[in-house]
Design a protein around this ligand. Structure first.
Ligand code: HEC
Ligand code: HEC
Length: 199
């Protein structure tokens, strides 16, 4: 058992060394930069930041966009059509290694957003987001919970609406569809605003 563990450690450290020194992710990202920014920081509130997002989550989204069944986005369709498994991995590793966006300073307190994120809403049966997306919004890669901290506000609202409408269905066990179904537009806007400055 111990020997297996050593092998796993050795293999993963070699693999990450090789990947950090593999510039192909950056090269391949040049077509994505127009919207997601050169280092994964987008400049449009409806285009998501990718910097610092977990690699496995990014790969899953690219696969889902390409399959076109559980997550659709016309704007992404032409960019995923020609990506193979290796391209997706290279791109995901490139973005996951870029520093997360440093959120702008908060100039207001958002009590409703903070409440929903940290404690949920028992009356409306909304689970606290913190349970999965973590105390600082960094998520959990192994569990498949994406980072949300610093994300573009309008993008977050749009995704919550898509889950609620069922146009985005790539959440296993319908986790996000169930939660968003209990949220009003006001709840979504409050939590998205809170998240955009969480760090
Ligand atoms: C023309 C603008 C544009 C280009 C170019 C573009 N994207 Fe996107 N991307 C978007 C938009 C808008 C969304 C949000 C789609 C939605 O769900 O409505 C998105 C979503 C994504 C997501 C999901 C993010 C998340 O948090 O779930 C990933 C990953 C992604 N893009 C990667 C890429 C990669 C890799 C490329 C290049 C091969 C690329 N994009 C090119 C606009 C673009
Ligand atoms: C039980 C775990 C769990 C809880 C609680 C939870 N989420 Fe999620 N969330 C997920 C998972 C899993 C995904 C990824 C779905 C996928 O694979 O595409 C996700 C995805 C998201 C996304 C899409 C991110 C992106 O980049 O496109 C948003 C936005 C989001 N959650 C917001 C919230 C908010 C707001 C709350 C609280 C009101 C919340 N989540 C509570 C598990 C959870």
């Amino acid at each position: 058992m111990k020997i297996i563990m050593y092998w796993v450690l050795l293999f993963s450290s070699c693999a990450s060394f090789a990947l950090e020194n593999n510039p192909s992710g950056q090269e391949k990202s040049s077509v994505c930069a127009a919207c997601h920014g050169a280092t994964g920081q987008s400049s449009n509130s409806l285009w998501p930041h990718l910097a610092g997002q977990h690699a496995t989550y990014i790969i899953k989204q690219l696969r889902d966009f390409k399959a076109g069944e559980s997550r659709h986005a016309a704007i992404m369709t032409p960019f995923v059509a020609s990506l193979n498994k290796q391209d997706m991995t290279d791109l995901a590793l490139f973005y996951s290694k870029q520093p997360l966006v440093t959120p702008k300073k908060k100039n207001h307190q958002n009590l409703r957003g903070e409440q929903l994120y940290r404690r949920g809403d028992a009356e409306k049966q909304i689970t606290a987001c913190i349970a999965c997306h973590g105390p600082t919004g960094l998520g959990n890669e192994e569990a498949g919970f994406p980072a949300l901290a610093g994300q573009q506000k309008d993008y977050t609202i749009q995704q919550l609406k898509a889950f609620k409408k069922g146009t985005r269905q790539n959440d296993s066990y319908q986790i996000m569809r169930t939660i968003s179904a209990r949220m009003s537009h006001k709840d979504m806007a409050a939590v998205a605003d809170y998240l955009s400055t969480l760090h």
